[in-house]
Design a protein around this ligand. Structure first.
Ligand SMILES: Cc1ncc(COP(=O)(O)O)c(C=O)c1O
Length: 499
């Protein structure tokens, strides 16, 4: 195992989590640490985790780690070459911090399977953190890209596909006007800038356990009383501009909004980056009412939850955001971010655009944002892949996956519960589902998650990102779910087999 500390100047997620785990063995007071996409509870559970013997877990992990290293010799060779030209041997340093081992290099993918540099095929249960949920090479998207490539890749002028995509999104999400970026992070950045200008306020309220991308204010966590930057290299002022409340806690939100300095509340409909945290039945209605009363705009981030239902949870739950942000699978696997807004905000944006006459306007845009390739890909994905029928398919499979996880836990006498959010499931290690990120973090045990992940990888199943899935994509079928559940059953069988 190569220590991530030696490979990255940043305190990487896994290093942080591994250290937390070591610390928690001797800690006398429980605490927990958030990290964007890999989190864990540091709660004290010395001999056992949620019904599982830690020493058995540790033995299995060592064995599986050794097998994984042997299986990935070609990736390791590529990693050695890569380190000569890229920090940490990866094109994006974050990739190096996600796992204890070097990342696998991938050579190809199709449907819900990909092949690594060592020639192993994996059934994918994470879809690049829900950015490849249309499948790795969906035919309508491939055809659209090929056709557009022959007509021109980039103009910095609008193409008709932009209107088509805006119309498709408006029909799904109920917001009339749309803008495009290249990622969900940048969609959130622009949505917040618009909210700031429209409200003449600067602060943003997010919920503990949130993740809305790699930008300064969003990489802040804490409590109502204290906020801090989660990573290094961020401007310290970001922590002063972000206020944090526990999810499902309308009283705290009411208190924080009463200061009249919060431009926007930015939230997912259900938290998805700390396992899954579902809203209380009255939470969203209360949130909407508080925002309206206090003049704060409501931004709903559907980047992950767009996979839960056609039109996202905004449509499924009749939410009424002022702005809605998207990224990941909306481009069918091609980079695209988007944000939708009400007609009032569209008109406001129109009046505040940057113009060449020298009048400063709202800060938006990037040279390659809204490029034709991303837009034709999104048009094909939305029109031909992410259909109402396709969502019914993933919802049915997701239910089957969650039922299977519940049944496997029961069979092995573990009082765990499966998460249920469309095609996505996951593991709650307690009998009660979480209401806050603090509750959810108790189920993010890095040793258990990591051992399961490597065990599955060695048997041809890839379940990446500690705080995510498993999840099915539009490309999965019943057989794929059965394969996952059979291998999970083997894993739990061995894990609970006694000393
Ligand atoms: C809810 C949510 N919003 C935004 C983002 C940022 O997406 P990207 O990294 O593609 O910009 C993520 C990424 O995981 C996310 O989960």
């Amino acid at each position: 195992m190569i220590s991530s500390a030696s490979r990255s100047p940043m305190r990487s997620a896994v290093e942080r989590l591994s250290r937390s785990f070591d610390e928690c063995r001797s800690a006398s007071t429980p605490h927990f640490a958030y990290c964007p996409t890999t989190m864990q509870s540091d709660h004290v559970n010395q001999g056992e985790v949620a019904g599982v013997d830690r020493s058995r877990l540790e033995r299995m992990r060592r064995r599986e780690d050794a097998t994984f290293r042997q299986r990935t010799a070609a990736s390791e060779r590529l990693g050695r070459r890569a380190r000569l030209v890229m920090p940490s041997g990866v094109p994006m340093a974050w990739m190096a911090g996600l796992y204890r081992h070097d990342p696998m290099f991938v050579v190809a993918g199709e449907g819900c399977h990909f092949v690594d540099a060592d020639g192993h095929t994996y059934l994918d249960m994470n879809q690049a953190d829900l950015s490849a949920s249309c499948g790795f090479s969906p035919q309508p998207v491939v055809d659209a890209i090929v056709a557009q490539a022959k007509r021109g890749l980039q103009f910095l002028l609008p193409v008709e596909a932009a209107i088509d995509v805006a119309e498709l999104l408006a029909a799904r999400y109920g917001l009339s006007h749309w803008q495009f970026t290249l990622s969900a992070s940048t969609a959130n950045v622009e949505a917040l800038r618009l909210a700031r200008l429209a409200t003449a306020r600067t602060k943003v309220l997010m919920f503990a356990g949130h993740y809305h991308g790699h930008w300064d204010e969003a990489l802040v966590d804490g409590t109502e009383r204290e906020t801090h930057a989660e990573l290094l290299g961020l401007t310290p002022s970001a922590a002063a501009e972000t206020v944090i409340a526990p999810f499902n806690d309308l009283e705290t939100v009411a208190r924080l909004l009463a200061n009249h300095d919060v431009a926007a509340v930015l939230t997912e409909p259900a938290l998805t980056n700390v396992g899954v945290v579902q809203p209380d039945p009255d939470f969203h209605q209360g949130l909407r009412e508080l925002c309206t009363r206090q003049g704060t705009l409501l931004i709903i981030d559907e980047t992950h939850t767009q996979m839960a239902a056609w039109g996202g949870l905004t449509r499924a739950w009749s939410l009424q955001p002022d702005l809605l942000t998207l990224g990941k699978s909306v481009g069918g696997g091609v980079p695209l971010g988007a944000y939708g807004m009400t007609p009032q905000l569209a008109e406001f944006m129109d009046r505040h655009r940057d113009d060449d006459a020298g009048e400063a306007g709202l800060a938006t845009g990037g040279t390659t944002y809204a490029n034709p390739l991303s837009l034709v890909a999104a048009r094909a994905a939305l029109g031909e892949v992410m259909t109402v029928d396709a969502y019914s398919h993933t919802q049915r499979l997701g239910g089957k996956l969650a039922d299977g996880i519940d049944a496997a836990a029961k069979r092995h006498r573990l009082s765990w519960r499966a998460h249920r959010l469309g095609g996505r499931s996951g593991y709650c290690l307690e009998a009660e589902l979480p209401r806050t990120a603090e509750d959810a973090a108790r189920s993010l045990d890095v040793e258990l998650i990591d051992t399961r992940r490597v065990y599955l990888a060695n048997r041809g199943i890839w379940e990446a990102i500690a705080s995510a899935g498993p999840a099915v994509s539009f490309a999965h079928d019943d057989g794929d779910v059965a394969t996952y559940l059979e291998t999970l059953d083997q894993f739990l069988g061995e894990l609970t087999a006694g000393p």
